[in-house]
Design a protein around this ligand. Structure first.
Ligand code: SF4
Length: 457
């Protein structure tokens, strides 16, 4: 459905969301759970919820998403789903034999009041969880929060398995937040270049960007192992990338095992990557290797070569808070003007942070947490932009307003490549910049008159 009937006049709206800029909590919990090796996510609710969560992830990652469900019918909806979950433990461990089952709730089981830790306790007591197998629990009611908070809750649940032996193991925990599998790979590559022995969790690389080999593996090679999750308690520090996605888990580890936590922005763009590299360098006590310096220099070179095409171009953004904060900072640093910024995830601190980043731009900025695409479209109608950066849902606005669109974020349903080409780090910055420049220059080529239509730009 196109949005050409969206009115320009903005009226106060608090009781209705139109075209949300978020999706539901369990999708985030399911994505995080897939970053544990040998883990089967389990949706404690109705089959319909589970089917929706799986299909959304499948459409974005173009991979089959394995997940089980408590399959609530009328009985469980009234009396609670304990019996269903107990039966599920039996079935899943005997049929699929995962190392871990990661259970998250849904709106329905939360409304009934099912107590997952209590059900897990009972299952352990009754011998339904075999020796050497694990069950994780996360509370993810979707009438609050978003896929981002669901992701964060599942990552925090992973810290339950950390063990402290009293002796540090010299390793560094990196909680990458909700980034693509290739971004997690890139974070590992950069850490290795700096000589950091990292435990990255969750880690969906090798799970949701695995090769087609002709042989189906229900549990692919990738994912953080349970042994590594246990070892997080002995790490010398934790770098949590993103306040929304990763900070709760890092703080929990600090509280539980005295592993000092540093909360950083996600390393998108130049400045946020500088801070990430600096944190890695400091924690590892090493100088920055030449390879990293070269990659940084290449990004700076590209920015300066193409600055004239970026200067004062107005941008509208929709997405998730951690990503948007770093992206906004990157755009400001290359002299673009992010003027409309919306996230569906609640949190006033997001608006405060964006205002701080954009304070020196000298133009009015619209920013809203718990906002929606409808509001973003109205802002654009009132003040047009040169570029829209958002997930696939932004394509309707882009078409109606004839704006170039860079697809970035979650979900991307109608394009490929996001699983394979990282956008974190300096190399990722080059990829981001290439996508932005291609969108702007394609538009310039389309719109130029013959006399200004150039072969070399
Ligand atoms: S009922 Fe709740 S958990 Fe289920 S799909 Fe809808 S929003 Fe998500």
């Amino acid at each position: 459905m196109l949005l050409r009937h969206t009115p320009k006049e903005i009226s106060e709206r608090s009781a209705v969301t139109i075209n949300p800029a978020k999706t539901c909590q369990p999708i985030g919990a399911m994505y995080a759970a897939l970053g544990i090796h040998g883990c089967l996510p389990h949706s404690h609710g109705s089959q319909g919820c589970c089917a929706y969560h799986r299909s959304t992830l499948t459409r974005h990652y173009k991979e089959p998403i394995p997940a089980a469900t408590s399959s609530f019918t009328e009985g469980a909806s009234v009396f609670g789903g304990q019996a269903n979950l107990m039966q599920a433990f039996n079935n899943i461990f005997s049929v699929y034999n995962p190392d871990v089952i990661a259970v998250h709730t849904t709106c329905l089981s939360e409304t009934i009041g099912d107590d997952l830790p209590q059900i897990r306790k009972k299952a352990i007591k009754e011998g339904k969880i075999p020796e050497g197998k694990y069950v994780l629990c996360a509370s993810t009611p979707s009438y609050v929060g978003s896929h981002v908070t669901g992701f964060s809750s599942m990552v925090k649940a992973m810290t339950e398995f950390s063990e402290s032996t009293g002796e540090k193991n010299g390793r560094v925990n990196i909680i990458p937040g909700w980034v693509e599998p290739c971004d997690m790979e890139e974070i590992k590559r950069m850490s290795a270049l700096l000589g950091v022995n990292a435990i990255v969790f969750p880690d969906t690389s090798g799970v949701l960007n695995a090769p087609l080999t002709g042989e189906y593996k229900m549990f692919p090679e990738g994912g953080v192992t349970m042994d590594d999750l246990k070892a997080t308690g002995d790490a010398i520090g934790t770098l949590a990338l993103g306040e929304w996605c990763s900070a709760d888990a890092a703080r929990e580890l600090d509280k539980k095992s005295r592993v000092p936590a540093s909360i950083l922005d996600m390393p998108f763009g130049l400045a946020a990557t500088d801070r990430f590299v600096d944190a890695l360098r400091t924690i590892a006590g090493v100088p920055v290797p030449d390879q990293i310096t070269v990659e940084r220099g290449q990004l700076v070179d590209m920015i300066s070569d193409m600055h004239q095409y970026l200067y004062h171009k107005k941008v509208a953004l929709a997405g998730d808070p951690d990503q948007l904060i770093s992206m906004t900072e990157f755009l400001v640093s290359i002299d673009m003007l992010p003027v409309h910024i919306v996230t569906g995830t609640p949190g006033k601190k997001f608006e405060k942070r964006i205002r701080e980043i954009t304070a020196g731009m000298g133009v009015e900025v619209n920013v809203k947490a718990k906002g929606d695409f409808f509001l973003l479209h109205q802002w654009i109608k009132n003040e047009p932009v040169d570029l829209l950066i958002s997930n696939t849902y932004g394509k309707y606005i882009a078409r109606d307003e004839d704006i170039p669109l860079v697809r970035w974020g979650f979900p991307i349903l109608d394009r490929q490549g996001h699983q394979y080409f990282p956008t974190v780090g300096y190399k990722g910055g080059i990829r981001l910049l290439e996508k932005i420049l291609t969108a702007l220059l394609d538009r310039k080529d389309r719109d130029d008159e013959e006399k200004t239509f150039e072969l070399v730009l």
